[in-house]
Design a protein around this ligand. Sequence first.
Ligand SMILES: O=P(O)(O)OC[C@H]1O[C@H](O[C@H]2O[C@H](CO)[C@@H](O)[C@H](O)[C@H]2O)[C@H](O)[C@@H](O)[C@@H]1O
Length: 424
Amino acid sequence: MLPEASPQHSPSPEAARLSYFRVPSKCFAFGTRRDGREEEPRRPAFLASSHEPPAAPLVMMTNQDVVVSEMGIAAGSALPGPSPALLACRGAAAGAMSLRYLDLAAAAARSAAGCTWADAMRASSPTRSSRAAADADEFTAWMRKHPSALGKFEQIAGASRGKKIVMFLDYDGTLSPIVADPDAAYMSDAMRAAVRDVAKHFPTAIVSGRCRDKVRNFVGLSELYYAGSHGMDIKGPSSNPESVLCQPASEFLPVIDEVYKLLVEKTKSTPGAKVENNKFCLSVHFRCVDEKRWNALAEQVKAVIKDYPKLKLTQGRKVLEIRPSIMWDKGKALEFLLESLGFANCSDVLPVYIGDDRTDEDAFKVLRKRGQGIGILVSKCPKETNASYSLQDPSEVMEFLLRLVAWKKKSPPPPPPPMIRPRV
Ligand SMILES: O=P(O)(O)OC[C@H]1O[C@H](O[C@H]2O[C@H](CO)[C@@H](O)[C@H](O)[C@H]2O)[C@H](O)[C@@H](O)[C@@H]1O
């Protein structure tokens, strides 16, 4: 029988778990196209033809000088005064703000300092007007710290020798391209085939902020594990009668439904805003909202959730996310799945996690802390991350998956366990 997860509720001072990402000074920023898709960022020419930055050194699971703790604040909580994030923001505000991972904690601090929520929303999803100048040196430095998982494929394959790979894949921005309409974020048939092949060789889980049923419908593969609602809703392959089930935030269902209705009502005056019910969490999308209205939208959201201290507000790619303040995230989901698969304290397992968003950092952090596994960030621009490697976009993710399968197929099978002759 597989374990049921027990939630570790943390009371409202979850708010105190403030955190921040150090602010990069420049970024190869994304803009927004008329159709709402993110534009190609400008990046150094060498990346167009090669997976390797010049003279990239060997990079494995080293500790980086970026320290990132839990993201998110409890709704409506007060924040202590100037945090490093705030100071970093002030510095960045002088030039083009390029921080894509700025926490809402910092946003609230900025607000207290006279900056607006829209600043934070803009900063974490820069538009054309705030695009920073490309800086090849900085990109090269970033690529040295987080080299291409394709360029370093042999290194990754080498690390997996004698180990059992378990594959964890985020959905939006990783398996499917970012598009304006969240209901139309389809993955390609080619990607589906690649994921199906991967799952034939390695246990594979989709870990998404989406509602589990919705992401399962997008992916359409019944043989996978699915962790929806940022890991708060986990289920194993449908063919397995002992399928894993973990819903650590189940008691929040009524409140999430209530807040969903309130948010729909409150935000209907904002053209382009869209509230998505992800079952154990909610998303308020602002990708199609005029930038001038971002601050007002954030105020609308805050006005609703201020009455719900057990909910917290975080931010993703042009989306505000509302979720229960419990100690559960994609990192916890990864650990839960590893345990469910019987790899709790094994040294011969190699979790590989690929994701593009802030919530994926929780999983990257877990891998780093375990000193075991490979975190791969999908990004075309330098971001502070706990991932070791990078891939630029879903097409590179697919290429990586295909290579992994091809490598596995030609690898010799592991030797049989040694025969132990009984003593006579
Ligand atoms: O954990 P993920 O699978 O990456 O889910 C995170 C959020 O992804 C979706 O929103 C993002 O993708 C949309 C479609 O490309 C895009 O329109 C939006 O701007 C992005 O933020 C999803 O709709 C959210 O509910 C998830 O929380």
